[in-house]
Structure formats: C-alpha cells, structure tokens
Design a protein around this ligand. Sequence first.
Ligand code: FES
Length: 142
Amino acid sequence: MAIGGAGLLSGSLTATFGRDRSTKRRQTAAPTQPPQSTGPVVSVAASAVAVGGSAQVKDPATGDAIYIVQPKAGQYCALSSVCTHSGCAVDAPKNGQMYCPCHGSRFDAATGAVINGPATKPLPRYAVTKDGDKLNLGAVQS
Ligand code: FES
C-alpha cells in the first residue's frame, strides 16, 4: 500500500515538474529571438571573396554558416547554408551551384534559387553591403 502511494506521489510530482519546465522554456525562448532589423554585424574582407568563390561566415544569431559569394565581378550576395528541404548543411559554392549532400538538392550560388529538388524553396538570402574592402553582412532578406 505504501509503495502504491509513493508511485502516485512520484507521478504527481513528475507531472507537476514537467509542466513547470515547459513553462520556463517558453518564457526563456522569447529573449533569444534575433532582432530582424539590426545593421551589419559580420564583416569579411572583399579580397577574400574571389569572383566565382566564396567566404564562410556565421550567422551571429543562429551559428549557422553563411556563404558570401561573388558570382560576377563586383556582384556579391550571401546565402544560408541551411538546406530548405530538411535542414542539412549545403556544400560551399562550386561551379556556380551549392549542393546538399543529404538528398541531392542543388541551388544557384548567385541567387539561392532551386536548380533541382527535392527542395522547393530557395536558400535564404542575406543583405551584403561593400564598404571599402569590407563586405558587411546584413539582415535576412528572404
Ligand atoms: Fe537538403 Fe534534403 S536536406 S536535399
């Protein structure tokens, strides 16, 4: 009888603590959301991004890799490395394309557009501004 009582008490405490933990998670999740309208926070030397090449930086909000590419001389863009199909990391730009090794999606390294699936959505793009020899990463655009 005492064992059954302890089991009921234990189950009751577990249910109570489980509820408390999920409440705390919800309360702490909101402050970690990155602001969407911040200015440039990451820079890379423009000389580090050759025409047809790329430089990898990290999104300060998520830690995910971002590729800053220069598909044509003087034209820069930044693309997320997170595949829009199921979230795998796509490879660095090569021959104008970015390949996802998980299921074979290919993206245009100049625009992030899907070349072939299974992904159906383009890679998220970030704003890039050139300031002297620096390329400044801006906010997510799409
Ligand atoms: Fe990239 Fe599936 S996660 S193709």
